[in-house]
Design a protein around this ligand. Structure first.
Ligand SMILES: NC(=O)c1ccc[n+]([C@@H]2O[C@H](COP(=O)([O-])OP(=O)(O)OC[C@H]3O[C@@H](n4cnc5c(N)ncnc54)[C@H](OP(=O)(O)O)[C@@H]3O)[C@@H](O)[C@H]2O)c1
Length: 349
Protein backbone atom coordinates (compact mmCIF):
# COMPACT_ATOMS: atom_id res chain seq x y z
CA UNK A 1 0.00 0.00 0.00
CA UNK A 2 1.32 3.40 -0.97
CA UNK A 3 2.43 5.99 1.52
CA UNK A 4 3.18 9.63 0.96
CA UNK A 5 6.06 11.67 2.26
CA UNK A 6 4.92 14.93 0.81
CA UNK A 7 4.47 18.44 2.14
CA UNK A 8 0.96 19.68 2.70
CA UNK A 9 0.13 23.37 2.26
CA UNK A 10 -2.95 24.50 4.16
CA UNK A 11 -4.85 27.73 3.48
CA UNK A 12 -6.18 28.48 6.91
CA UNK A 13 -7.87 31.27 8.81
CA UNK A 14 -6.40 31.98 12.24
CA UNK A 15 -9.39 33.81 13.70
CA UNK A 16 -12.83 35.00 12.68
CA UNK A 17 -12.69 37.45 9.79
CA UNK A 18 -8.93 37.13 9.22
CA UNK A 19 -7.43 36.68 5.77
CA UNK A 20 -6.15 33.25 4.78
CA UNK A 21 -2.60 32.24 5.67
CA UNK A 22 -0.54 29.49 4.04
CA UNK A 23 1.00 27.00 6.42
CA UNK A 24 3.00 23.90 5.59
CA UNK A 25 3.18 20.61 7.42
CA UNK A 26 3.88 16.99 6.47
CA UNK A 27 1.06 15.39 4.50
CA UNK A 28 -0.75 12.48 6.18
CA UNK A 29 0.38 8.99 5.20
CA UNK A 30 -1.32 5.62 5.05
CA UNK A 31 -0.43 5.14 8.69
CA UNK A 32 -2.61 8.13 9.60
CA UNK A 33 -5.73 6.70 7.96
CA UNK A 34 -8.54 4.79 9.60
CA UNK A 35 -9.38 1.58 7.71
CA UNK A 36 -12.28 3.18 5.80
CA UNK A 37 -10.57 6.47 4.93
CA UNK A 38 -9.12 7.82 1.70
CA UNK A 39 -6.36 10.43 1.42
CA UNK A 40 -6.95 12.78 -1.52
CA UNK A 41 -4.29 14.96 -3.18
CA UNK A 42 -6.53 17.88 -4.08
CA UNK A 43 -6.17 19.46 -7.53
CA UNK A 44 -9.18 21.77 -7.52
CA UNK A 45 -11.55 23.13 -4.88
CA UNK A 46 -14.91 24.86 -5.32
CA UNK A 47 -15.65 27.80 -3.06
CA UNK A 48 -19.10 27.62 -1.47
CA UNK A 49 -21.04 30.39 0.29
CA UNK A 50 -20.64 28.31 3.49
CA UNK A 51 -16.86 28.83 3.33
CA UNK A 52 -16.95 32.61 3.53
CA UNK A 53 -19.92 32.58 5.92
CA UNK A 54 -17.95 30.43 8.39
CA UNK A 55 -14.84 32.56 8.02
CA UNK A 56 -16.69 35.86 8.34
CA UNK A 57 -19.22 34.99 11.06
CA UNK A 58 -17.52 32.12 12.88
CA UNK A 59 -20.85 30.33 12.83
CA UNK A 60 -20.48 26.60 13.58
CA UNK A 61 -16.68 26.91 13.77
CA UNK A 62 -15.52 24.56 16.54
CA UNK A 63 -12.01 25.96 16.82
CA UNK A 64 -9.52 28.27 15.13
CA UNK A 65 -7.40 28.12 13.05
CA UNK A 66 -9.98 26.97 10.52
CA UNK A 67 -9.30 24.94 7.39
CA UNK A 68 -12.43 25.56 5.33
CA UNK A 69 -13.50 23.71 2.21
CA UNK A 70 -16.30 21.23 1.56
CA UNK A 71 -15.95 20.55 -2.16
CA UNK A 72 -12.94 19.27 -4.05
CA UNK A 73 -11.46 16.86 -6.56
CA UNK A 74 -8.07 15.28 -6.97
CA UNK A 75 -6.21 11.98 -6.98
CA UNK A 76 -6.26 9.25 -4.38
CA UNK A 77 -2.91 9.42 -2.58
CA UNK A 78 -3.44 6.60 -0.07
CA UNK A 79 -6.23 4.31 1.13
CA UNK A 80 -7.10 2.66 4.45
CA UNK A 81 -6.94 -1.11 4.64
CA UNK A 82 -10.70 -1.67 4.22
CA UNK A 83 -11.16 0.69 1.28
CA UNK A 84 -12.35 -1.37 -1.68
CA UNK A 85 -13.67 1.05 -4.32
CA UNK A 86 -10.58 3.21 -4.87
CA UNK A 87 -6.90 2.76 -5.62
CA UNK A 88 -3.97 5.13 -5.41
CA UNK A 89 -3.99 7.37 -8.49
CA UNK A 90 -7.76 7.27 -9.13
CA UNK A 91 -9.31 10.61 -10.04
CA UNK A 92 -12.05 11.37 -7.50
CA UNK A 93 -14.44 14.00 -6.20
CA UNK A 94 -15.61 14.02 -2.62
CA UNK A 95 -17.58 15.66 0.15
CA UNK A 96 -14.98 17.09 2.49
CA UNK A 97 -15.61 18.42 5.99
CA UNK A 98 -14.27 21.66 7.41
CA UNK A 99 -11.29 21.15 9.74
CA UNK A 100 -7.59 20.45 9.86
CA UNK A 101 -7.84 16.88 8.65
CA UNK A 102 -10.70 17.02 6.16
CA UNK A 103 -11.17 20.61 4.97
CA UNK A 104 -10.43 20.91 1.24
CA UNK A 105 -8.56 24.24 1.42
CA UNK A 106 -5.27 22.30 1.49
CA UNK A 107 -3.23 19.98 -0.73
CA UNK A 108 -4.09 16.75 1.11
CA UNK A 109 -7.33 15.93 2.94
CA UNK A 110 -8.80 12.78 4.45
CA UNK A 111 -12.32 11.62 3.72
CA UNK A 112 -14.44 8.54 4.40
CA UNK A 113 -14.68 6.19 1.42
CA UNK A 114 -18.49 6.47 1.38
CA UNK A 115 -18.16 10.21 0.70
CA UNK A 116 -16.00 9.71 -2.43
CA UNK A 117 -16.99 9.16 -6.07
CA UNK A 118 -14.88 8.46 -9.15
CA UNK A 119 -14.34 11.48 -11.37
CA UNK A 120 -15.86 11.08 -14.83
CA UNK A 121 -12.96 10.54 -17.21
CA UNK A 122 -13.87 13.37 -19.51
CA UNK A 123 -14.27 15.90 -16.72
CA UNK A 124 -11.49 18.18 -15.54
CA UNK A 125 -10.64 18.32 -11.84
CA UNK A 126 -12.08 21.85 -11.85
CA UNK A 127 -15.43 20.59 -13.08
CA UNK A 128 -15.43 17.62 -10.72
CA UNK A 129 -14.68 19.89 -7.75
CA UNK A 130 -17.92 21.82 -8.28
CA UNK A 131 -20.46 19.05 -7.91
CA UNK A 132 -20.80 17.45 -4.48
CA UNK A 133 -22.05 20.05 -1.97
CA UNK A 134 -24.91 21.24 -4.18
CA UNK A 135 -25.82 17.63 -5.05
CA UNK A 136 -26.01 16.58 -1.40
CA UNK A 137 -27.86 19.72 -0.33
CA UNK A 138 -30.44 19.45 -3.10
CA UNK A 139 -30.86 15.74 -2.47
CA UNK A 140 -31.56 16.37 1.21
CA UNK A 141 -34.01 19.07 0.10
CA UNK A 142 -35.92 16.61 -2.05
CA UNK A 143 -35.97 13.76 0.47
CA UNK A 144 -36.35 15.64 3.75
CA UNK A 145 -38.02 18.74 2.37
CA UNK A 146 -40.44 17.27 -0.15
CA UNK A 147 -40.64 13.68 1.06
CA UNK A 148 -39.49 12.33 -2.33
CA UNK A 149 -37.91 8.91 -2.71
CA UNK A 150 -35.36 9.24 -5.54
CA UNK A 151 -35.14 6.01 -7.53
CA UNK A 152 -31.34 6.14 -7.70
CA UNK A 153 -31.01 5.63 -3.94
CA UNK A 154 -31.39 2.14 -2.45
CA UNK A 155 -34.98 1.11 -1.67
CA UNK A 156 -36.49 4.30 -3.05
CA UNK A 157 -39.03 4.75 -5.84
CA UNK A 158 -41.14 7.34 -7.64
CA UNK A 159 -44.55 5.79 -7.24
CA UNK A 160 -45.73 7.27 -3.98
CA UNK A 161 -45.23 11.01 -4.35
CA UNK A 162 -48.28 13.31 -4.38
CA UNK A 163 -46.09 15.99 -6.00
CA UNK A 164 -46.91 16.68 -9.63
CA UNK A 165 -45.54 20.21 -9.88
CA UNK A 166 -42.71 22.09 -8.18
CA UNK A 167 -41.25 25.59 -8.31
CA UNK A 168 -37.51 25.90 -7.67
CA UNK A 169 -36.62 29.39 -6.46
CA UNK A 170 -33.07 30.16 -7.57
CA UNK A 171 -32.70 27.70 -10.44
CA UNK A 172 -29.36 29.20 -11.53
CA UNK A 173 -27.78 28.76 -8.10
CA UNK A 174 -25.66 25.68 -7.56
CA UNK A 175 -28.23 24.13 -5.22
CA UNK A 176 -31.09 25.08 -7.55
CA UNK A 177 -29.39 23.66 -10.64
CA UNK A 178 -28.79 20.42 -8.75
CA UNK A 179 -32.39 20.39 -7.51
CA UNK A 180 -33.85 20.75 -11.03
CA UNK A 181 -31.85 17.75 -12.25
CA UNK A 182 -32.67 15.64 -9.20
CA UNK A 183 -36.37 16.51 -9.44
CA UNK A 184 -36.35 15.43 -13.08
CA UNK A 185 -34.80 12.12 -12.02
CA UNK A 186 -37.17 11.64 -9.07
CA UNK A 187 -40.61 12.68 -10.34
CA UNK A 188 -42.72 11.07 -13.05
CA UNK A 189 -41.84 12.37 -16.54
CA UNK A 190 -45.05 14.38 -16.84
CA UNK A 191 -44.30 16.41 -13.68
CA UNK A 192 -44.07 20.19 -14.12
CA UNK A 193 -40.77 21.58 -12.85
CA UNK A 194 -40.60 25.38 -12.94
CA UNK A 195 -37.63 27.45 -11.84
CA UNK A 196 -36.83 31.13 -11.34
CA UNK A 197 -33.63 32.86 -12.44
CA UNK A 198 -32.44 35.87 -14.38
CA UNK A 199 -33.53 35.54 -18.01
CA UNK A 200 -30.00 34.97 -19.31
CA UNK A 201 -29.96 31.55 -17.59
CA UNK A 202 -33.36 30.39 -18.83
CA UNK A 203 -32.00 28.32 -21.70
CA UNK A 204 -29.59 26.53 -19.37
CA UNK A 205 -32.41 25.68 -16.97
CA UNK A 206 -34.84 24.50 -19.64
CA UNK A 207 -32.69 22.90 -22.33
CA UNK A 208 -29.80 21.57 -20.27
CA UNK A 209 -31.03 20.93 -16.71
CA UNK A 210 -34.54 19.81 -17.60
CA UNK A 211 -36.86 22.46 -16.17
CA UNK A 212 -40.26 22.48 -17.89
CA UNK A 213 -40.07 26.27 -18.00
CA UNK A 214 -37.97 29.02 -16.43
CA UNK A 215 -39.52 32.20 -15.03
CA UNK A 216 -37.92 35.63 -14.64
CA UNK A 217 -37.13 35.94 -10.96
CA UNK A 218 -37.67 39.71 -11.10
CA UNK A 219 -41.04 39.58 -12.82
CA UNK A 220 -43.62 41.84 -11.19
CA UNK A 221 -46.21 39.17 -11.90
CA UNK A 222 -44.15 36.21 -10.70
CA UNK A 223 -47.04 34.44 -8.98
CA UNK A 224 -49.31 34.72 -12.02
CA UNK A 225 -46.46 33.74 -14.36
CA UNK A 226 -45.94 30.55 -12.37
CA UNK A 227 -49.63 29.74 -12.05
CA UNK A 228 -50.14 30.13 -15.81
CA UNK A 229 -47.40 27.59 -16.47
CA UNK A 230 -49.02 24.86 -14.39
CA UNK A 231 -51.32 22.43 -16.21
CA UNK A 232 -54.62 23.72 -14.76
CA UNK A 233 -53.46 27.24 -13.87
CA UNK A 234 -53.87 26.69 -10.13
CA UNK A 235 -50.21 26.68 -9.09
CA UNK A 236 -47.67 24.15 -7.86
CA UNK A 237 -47.74 21.48 -5.15
CA UNK A 238 -44.42 22.51 -3.61
CA UNK A 239 -41.59 25.04 -3.62
CA UNK A 240 -37.89 24.27 -3.24
CA UNK A 241 -36.24 27.51 -2.19
CA UNK A 242 -32.57 27.00 -3.06
CA UNK A 243 -31.44 30.53 -2.17
CA UNK A 244 -33.72 31.84 0.57
CA UNK A 245 -35.63 33.90 -2.03
CA UNK A 246 -38.88 33.49 -0.09
CA UNK A 247 -37.61 36.11 2.35
CA UNK A 248 -37.79 38.87 -0.25
CA UNK A 249 -40.86 37.75 -2.20
CA UNK A 250 -44.03 38.79 -0.49
CA UNK A 251 -46.87 36.69 -1.74
CA UNK A 252 -44.73 33.92 -3.23
CA UNK A 253 -46.71 31.33 -1.27
CA UNK A 254 -49.71 32.13 -3.45
CA UNK A 255 -48.05 29.95 -6.11
CA UNK A 256 -48.93 26.94 -3.93
CA UNK A 257 -52.22 25.37 -4.97
CA UNK A 258 -54.60 25.15 -2.04
CA UNK A 259 -55.57 21.53 -2.79
CA UNK A 260 -51.93 20.37 -2.99
CA UNK A 261 -49.21 19.48 -0.52
CA UNK A 262 -48.48 23.20 0.16
CA UNK A 263 -44.91 22.31 1.05
CA UNK A 264 -42.11 24.89 1.18
CA UNK A 265 -38.63 23.32 1.43
CA UNK A 266 -36.13 26.05 2.27
CA UNK A 267 -32.37 25.71 2.28
CA UNK A 268 -30.72 26.98 5.42
CA UNK A 269 -28.81 30.07 4.31
CA UNK A 270 -27.43 31.06 7.70
CA UNK A 271 -29.99 33.88 7.89
CA UNK A 272 -33.29 33.71 9.72
CA UNK A 273 -35.68 31.03 8.63
CA UNK A 274 -38.22 32.39 6.13
CA UNK A 275 -41.62 32.70 7.79
CA UNK A 276 -44.57 31.28 5.90
CA UNK A 277 -48.37 31.54 5.72
CA UNK A 278 -50.10 29.33 8.26
CA UNK A 279 -51.46 27.05 5.53
CA UNK A 280 -47.93 26.30 4.29
CA UNK A 281 -45.86 23.41 5.60
CA UNK A 282 -42.27 24.68 5.79
CA UNK A 283 -39.27 22.36 6.09
CA UNK A 284 -35.72 23.63 6.53
CA UNK A 285 -32.96 21.55 4.96
CA UNK A 286 -29.17 21.55 5.17
CA UNK A 287 -26.44 19.33 3.79
CA UNK A 288 -25.60 18.28 7.32
CA UNK A 289 -29.05 16.65 7.56
CA UNK A 290 -27.75 13.97 5.18
CA UNK A 291 -27.42 11.26 7.88
CA UNK A 292 -31.17 11.53 8.52
CA UNK A 293 -32.16 10.28 5.07
CA UNK A 294 -32.57 6.64 4.08
CA UNK A 295 -29.68 5.45 1.95
CA UNK A 296 -27.39 8.29 3.07
CA UNK A 297 -24.31 6.08 3.02
CA UNK A 298 -24.90 5.43 -0.68
CA UNK A 299 -25.34 8.97 -1.98
CA UNK A 300 -21.83 9.34 -3.44
CA UNK A 301 -21.96 5.88 -4.96
CA UNK A 302 -25.31 6.87 -6.47
CA UNK A 303 -23.79 10.10 -7.82
CA UNK A 304 -20.92 8.13 -9.37
CA UNK A 305 -23.41 5.90 -11.20
CA UNK A 306 -25.53 8.85 -12.35
CA UNK A 307 -22.39 10.52 -13.71
CA UNK A 308 -21.21 7.33 -15.43
CA UNK A 309 -24.60 6.91 -17.08
CA UNK A 310 -24.73 10.59 -18.10
CA UNK A 311 -27.95 11.05 -16.12
CA UNK A 312 -26.56 13.82 -13.93
CA UNK A 313 -24.71 16.66 -15.62
CA UNK A 314 -22.37 19.37 -14.46
CA UNK A 315 -24.97 21.69 -12.85
CA UNK A 316 -23.29 25.00 -13.72
CA UNK A 317 -20.30 26.12 -15.77
CA UNK A 318 -17.20 26.61 -13.63
CA UNK A 319 -15.30 29.85 -13.30
CA UNK A 320 -11.68 28.94 -12.61
CA UNK A 321 -9.82 31.61 -10.68
CA UNK A 322 -6.49 32.75 -12.20
CA UNK A 323 -3.34 31.49 -10.52
CA UNK A 324 -3.00 29.09 -7.62
CA UNK A 325 -2.45 29.11 -3.88
CA UNK A 326 -3.18 31.84 -1.37
CA UNK A 327 -4.04 34.68 -3.75
CA UNK A 328 -6.30 32.40 -5.78
CA UNK A 329 -8.18 31.28 -2.65
CA UNK A 330 -8.65 34.90 -1.53
CA UNK A 331 -9.90 35.86 -5.02
CA UNK A 332 -12.27 32.91 -5.05
CA UNK A 333 -13.68 33.78 -1.65
CA UNK A 334 -14.05 37.41 -2.77
CA UNK A 335 -16.00 36.42 -5.87
CA UNK A 336 -18.42 34.25 -3.91
CA UNK A 337 -18.81 36.90 -1.18
CA UNK A 338 -19.79 39.45 -3.83
CA UNK A 339 -22.31 37.07 -5.36
CA UNK A 340 -22.06 34.89 -8.44
CA UNK A 341 -24.61 34.33 -11.17
CA UNK A 342 -25.06 30.91 -12.71
CA UNK A 343 -21.53 29.67 -12.23
CA UNK A 344 -19.39 27.88 -9.66
CA UNK A 345 -16.12 29.42 -8.54
CA UNK A 346 -13.19 26.99 -8.50
CA UNK A 347 -9.59 27.37 -7.30
CA UNK A 348 -6.73 25.22 -8.60
CA UNK A 349 -4.19 23.68 -6.27
N1 LIG B 1 -27.07 24.83 4.84
C1 LIG B 1 -26.51 24.09 3.90
O1 LIG B 1 -26.19 22.94 4.06
C2 LIG B 1 -26.24 24.75 2.57
C3 LIG B 1 -25.57 24.05 1.58
C4 LIG B 1 -25.38 24.67 0.34
C5 LIG B 1 -25.86 25.98 0.17
N2 LIG B 1 -26.46 26.60 1.19
C6 LIG B 1 -26.98 27.97 1.04
O2 LIG B 1 -27.86 27.95 -0.07
C7 LIG B 1 -27.76 29.17 -0.77
C8 LIG B 1 -27.44 28.86 -2.22
O3 LIG B 1 -26.12 28.34 -2.31
P1 LIG B 1 -25.46 28.18 -3.74
O4 LIG B 1 -24.06 27.78 -3.56
O5 LIG B 1 -26.33 27.35 -4.58
O6 LIG B 1 -25.56 29.70 -4.20
P2 LIG B 1 -25.01 30.45 -5.47
O7 LIG B 1 -24.84 29.52 -6.61
O8 LIG B 1 -23.86 31.28 -5.07
O9 LIG B 1 -26.26 31.43 -5.74
C9 LIG B 1 -26.18 32.42 -6.71
C10 LIG B 1 -27.47 32.41 -7.51
O10 LIG B 1 -28.54 32.79 -6.68
C11 LIG B 1 -29.54 33.31 -7.52
N3 LIG B 1 -30.45 34.15 -6.74
C12 LIG B 1 -30.13 35.03 -5.77
N4 LIG B 1 -31.26 35.60 -5.29
C13 LIG B 1 -32.29 35.08 -5.99
C14 LIG B 1 -33.71 35.28 -5.95
N5 LIG B 1 -34.28 36.16 -5.12
N6 LIG B 1 -34.47 34.55 -6.79
C15 LIG B 1 -33.92 33.67 -7.63
N7 LIG B 1 -32.58 33.45 -7.73
C16 LIG B 1 -31.79 34.16 -6.91
C17 LIG B 1 -28.79 34.09 -8.59
O11 LIG B 1 -29.59 34.01 -9.72
P3 LIG B 1 -29.44 34.91 -11.07
O12 LIG B 1 -27.99 35.13 -11.27
O13 LIG B 1 -30.08 34.06 -12.13
O14 LIG B 1 -30.19 36.19 -10.84
C18 LIG B 1 -27.46 33.33 -8.70
O15 LIG B 1 -27.35 32.54 -9.85
C19 LIG B 1 -26.70 30.01 -0.05
O16 LIG B 1 -27.34 30.85 0.87
C20 LIG B 1 -25.90 28.97 0.69
O17 LIG B 1 -25.25 29.47 1.84
C21 LIG B 1 -26.69 26.03 2.37
Amino acid sequence: MATTAATNTRYLVRSQGSPLTASTNPAPTTADLKPTEVLVRLRAVAVNPADYKMIDSGHRVQSWPLVAGLDGAGEVAAVGEQVSRFRVGDGVLAAFATGERSGSFQDFAVVEERMVAKKPELWSFEEAASVVVCYITALVGLVKGLGLRPPFLPSQDTTSSPIKSVLVLGGSSAVGAAAIQLLRLSLPPEATILATSSPRHHRHLEEYLGASKAVDRSSKSLVQDVQQLTPDGHGVDAIVDAVGAGAGSDGIFDVLRTDGLQRYAQVWTGDEEVSVLSRVDSVLFRSRDLPSIDGHEEVLRALEKLLEEGKYKLPLPVKVVDGRGLAAFESGLGLVRNGVSGEKVVVRL
